[in-house]
Design a protein around this ligand. Structure first.
Ligand code: 3BY
Ligand code: FES
Ligand code: FE
Length: 424
């Protein structure tokens, strides 16, 4: 009896938290930061996981990380281990990395190559399509192999990007329109001809929304990012309200060169709060890429690119990715929540697949600027979280001219959570 009561209490309090989340989002001032609980309460976090990370499309990695049959990488979406693998037909598949025997994790490494997927516990073996091939001889006559294949996650790829969705159904949205644009804008890069040069995994003691909010504004850049500002222009877009005339002139000259080369650059955005957006922005005058001195990061240019001054094509995918695609390397960023006040930020640098480490590129040089920037942002995020946890915290106003990207993010977050909460 006691146990049943306890269960009811916990499920009731989650229901109450969900109702409170809906009410807080309805009542919020869209130009102010969120109420405290939405940044630090474990039940609110559980609702974020259920309504966003277990229902929406998430960026997980690039197709060139798993170029041939049996190449895989693993990713943790909250408490859900997921496996992304190249199958025998060249397709990209995502499965719950959970054995259908007694639930052990199957692939325990971060990345690797396998012929089949073999569970380390009792060696149940699955093919790359998730079919169970082998379960020993001790499972009894009634055991049906066909009913014990791996559970699939929805997968979509475009322009070399891999997205997964753990929901029962794919979310209905204009996602495919964004994917078409992603294909078109990524064409010059020929992602299949790239390789991972280096990656970093940064653990941050802050709510995932603070990580994204921080990335959506450059109000903090001048005070915190000296390395990044050697090369990055802080305007977020060609129609950024703060953009001065000399930036617009610089942009016009770059855009003319890009047009002549057939390099897509115009801003396109999709969904509420510009949930998915792509725009190519010039870097500072004379700069090639985001290295410390702004000069080349790799001898070999990517794909069909010939112009070293391609600026950076910024790709945003809410809830969990921003990216910088440049002429000789590109950088992808993935944000995955761990708990209400913990987040993992993964950064990966890609170069041409024929580029030779130590000859054509130096991973230490490639990563330097964004290692420094990530670390600076981690500290800002953690300090932000600490202050928000205080009884002294009260939601504060966003600047319309500097922080419109944050307002856009929270618009998407709020609309999506409220829409998904209603579905149950
Ligand atoms: O460059 C970025 O990815 C973002 C945009 C502005 C601030 N932040 C550094
Ligand atoms: Fe995987 Fe037993 S749990 S084989
Ligand atoms: Fe920053």
């Amino acid at each position: 009896m006691k146990e049943i009561d306890l269960l009811n209490v916990s499920s009731n309090s989650y229901q109450e938290a969900r109702q409170k989340l809906d009410a807080e989002l309805e009542a919020r001032n869209p130009n102010y930061s969120l109420p405290q609980a939405l940044y630090n309460d474990p039940l609110m976090f559980r609702a974020d996981m259920d309504e966003i990370f277990l229902k929406e499309w998430l960026f997980v990695g690039m197709t060139s990380e798993i170029p041939t049959k049996g190449d895989y990488f693993t990713v943790e979406i909250g408490q859900n281990p997921v496996l992304v693998v190249r199958d025998a037909e060249g397709g990209v598949q995502a499965y719950h990395n959970v054995c259908r025997h007694r639930g052990s994790v199957i692939c325990t490494e971060h990345r690797g190559k396998v012929a089949n997927l073999v569970c380390p516990y009792h060696q149940w073996t699955y093919d790359l399509k998730g079919n169970l091939l082998y379960a020993g001889s001790e499972m009894g006559d009634a055991f049906n192999m066909k009913e014990h294949g791996l559970k699939k996650a929805h997968t979509k790829t475009a322009g070399g990007f891999i997205f997964v969705c753990l929901g029962k159904n794919e979310p209905e949205s204009d996602f495919d329109e964004f994917l078409e644009t992603l294909n078109e804008y990524m064409e010059p890069y020929n992602v299949e001809n790239t390789k991972l040069a280096v990656e970093s995994h940064m653990y941050e003691k802050a709510n995932w929304k603070l990580v994204i909010e921080n990335n959506r504004e450059c109000y903090h850049c001048a005070g915190s990012h000296p390395e990044l500002l050697n090369t990055l222009l802080e305007w977020d877009d060609t129609n950024d309200p703060r953009a001065p005339q000399d930036f617009l002139d610089h942009y016009a000259a770059q855009a003319a060169a890009w047009n002549a080369e057939g390099i897509p650059h115009e801003h396109k955005s999709f969904g509420p709060g510009k949930r998915n957006r792509i725009v190519r922005m010039p870097l500072k005058k004379g700069v090639e890429v985001m290295t410390l001195d702004g000069q080349k990061g790799c001898e070999k240019l990517l794909g069909r690119i010939q112009n070293r001054q391609l600026g950076s094509m910024r790709i945003l995918h809410l809830p969990n990715s921003w990216n910088h695609m440049q002429s000789d390397h590109f950088i992808v960023f993935r944000v995955l929540p761990i708990s209400a006040q913990e987040t993992m930020v993964t950064t990966k640098w890609f170069v041409h697949k024929d580029a030779v480490e130590g000859v054509d590129y130096d991973p230490a040089r490639l990563r330097l600027v964004w290692d420094a920037t990530n670390e600076q942002d981690r500290i800002l995020g953690e300090q932000n979280q600490k202050g928000i946890n205080s009884v002294g915290y009260q939601p504060g106003p966003y600047s319309e001219t500097y922080e419109f990207g944050v307002v856009n993010f929270l618009t998407w977050y709020s609309e999506t959570v409220r829409k998904n909460l209603k579905k149950k």
